[in-house]
Each structure stands twice: as C-alpha cells, then as structure tokens.
Design a protein around this ligand. Structure first.
Ligand code: SAM
Length: 239
C-alpha cells in the first residue's frame, strides 16, 4: 500500500517510521511519503491560509495551494481521505475497508479547515472521504491521520507477526475485548481467573465471550443495539 500525507508540519508524521510501521516500510509492505504543503505556495511568505468569507474567527486553508498539491500528489485511482471533525466516524470497519486499498492520500487541515471547494473539485476525479476520529476537535489533522493509518496498516497481511492478534481484537466480532492476564498467577493479592489456567480451550473461549459481552454492555451498550455480528457488517461501512 502506498500512503501520501500532505501537511504544513511534515515532521509531525515522523513517528510513522517507528516500530511496526517502520518494519512494514522496511519490508516493502507500505511506502510512506510526507509532503510539505508550502512547497505548492507561490508568494514570498509561503502562505497557505486566508480569512473566511462570511466572517468569523480563524483562518481557512486556500484552494489555490491545496488544489495544485492534490493534482500532483493524488492520482485518479487513489482514495483521498480528509480528516475533519465534521466527517463520518472512523471505525474498525473503515480501517478494514481501507486496508484493501492500493493508495491512500491524506490531506491534513489546520486552522478552521480547508476551503470546501478543494474536495468538491477533487471529487470530480477521485473518491473522497471526509472522516472524523471522534467527537472532539484536534488542532490539526496530523494526529487523526496517524491514528487512522496505524489502525489501517496493522490489518494488512504480514504487518502483525500473528494475524490472530487483530482477528480477536475489540470490534472484530462487534464486541469490546475482555480483560487479559499474564504471569504471575497471583499479584498484589489479585489472582488470574482460574478458567484461564484450566487448559480447557472451549471453556476459555466461552469465558472470554461472556467477559466481552459484559464489558460491552457496561461500557458501550450502543454496540449491542444491533444483533452481535462482525463490525464489518454494520453501519455505513458495511457492504
Ligand atoms: N472548524 C472545524 C470544525 O469545527 O469542524 C475544526 C477545524 S480543526 C481546529 C483543524 C483541523 O484539525 C481539521 O481541518 C482537521 O484536519 C483536524 N481535526 C480536528 N478534529 C478532528 C477530528 N475529530 N477528526 C479528524 N480530524 C480532525
């Protein structure tokens, strides 16, 4: 998979080259190119923003800079991802779907965001998805993009050492994962649940499912609003 990210703070994306993602780059499973939006400016101040039409606080990122940048960086067969709190929610199902793409391009906004015409124009030739990391407002798109990339890339074959890791994660069966334990059996007066030491795989699986259901009921009852089925079968990301 090829990943291109456009930002006015390219150094923000450096952690993408660390740990498992760094290994995925070294192994040739993904390539990551980060582009400085200011390379597409033409004025002496290299300005990327201007005041908003209609008034209001803050600045809006300019179409004359973003447009040519995306013309260069985002080919017609890529998926253009626009992180924005006003987007549709990013979920595990989104990550699953994106993990099958060949080329993702991310446009990191700053200030009050990017002139809408940039994406209306891009949508005339590429697929565009405006996606939110959650119901909160970040300062810029970089952190959202790093989270989206990490969630997506770990689903690509061969990126995680053991593919079962993500098959049994929270959301993969529509539930939150239950609690995990490792050695020692007893720690600070707290014991590992005996069923996990029983060696009975069926009983362990049953216990884990019950724990997952209980935790989901307590913390995320919204996930149980639908009958239990894989996250990939739910909501706007289904199909
Ligand atoms: N004026 C915008 C609004 O109210 O919807 C918020 C702009 S925010 C301060 C600047 C940039 O941060 C956005 O363009 C986007 O790239 C990013 N951003 C902020 N919150 C985000 C979120 N929840 N999900 C994805 N991106 C976010």
């Amino acid at each position: 998979m090829r990943l291109d990210i456009v930002s006015i703070f390219p150094e923000y994306l450096d952690p993408l080259r660390v740990a498992l993602l760094g290994k995925a780059i070294d192994a040739g499973r993904i390539s990551v190119d980060v582009h400085d939006l200011r390379n597409w400016t033409h004025d002496v101040h290299r300005s990327v923003d201007d005041s908003p039409y209609g008034g209001g606080p803050g600045m809006v990122m300019k179409p004359e800079v973003w447009g040519p940048c995306l013309d260069d960086v985002c080919p017609d067969d890529a998926l253009l991802v626009v992180p924005t709190p006003a987007g549709v929610p990013f979920t595990q199902a989104t990550a699953q779907r994106w993990s099958a793409e060949k080329h993702l391009v991310f446009a990191c906004g700053r200030y009050e965001g990017i002139d809408q015409r940039v994406f209306d124009d891009a949508a005339r030739r590429v697929r565009v998805e405006e996606v939110s990391l959650g119901d909160f407002v970040l300062i810029g798109g970089e952190v959202a993009v790093m989270a989206m990339i990490e969630a997506t890339v770990r689903l690509i074959d061969g990126v995680l050492g053991n593919p079962r890791s993500h098959q049994e994660d929270s959301f993969s069966d529509g539930l939150l994962e239950g609690p995990s334990y490792t050695r020692p059996v007893s720690w600070r007066g707290l014991d590992v649940p005996p069923v996990l030491l029983s060696g009975d795989h069926a009983k362990v699986a049953q216990w884990r499912h019950e724990q997952a259901l209980e935790r989901t009921r307590a913390r995320r009852p919204d996930l149980l609003a639908d009958p239990v089925k894989p996250a990939g079968d739910r909501g706007p990301d289904s199909g």
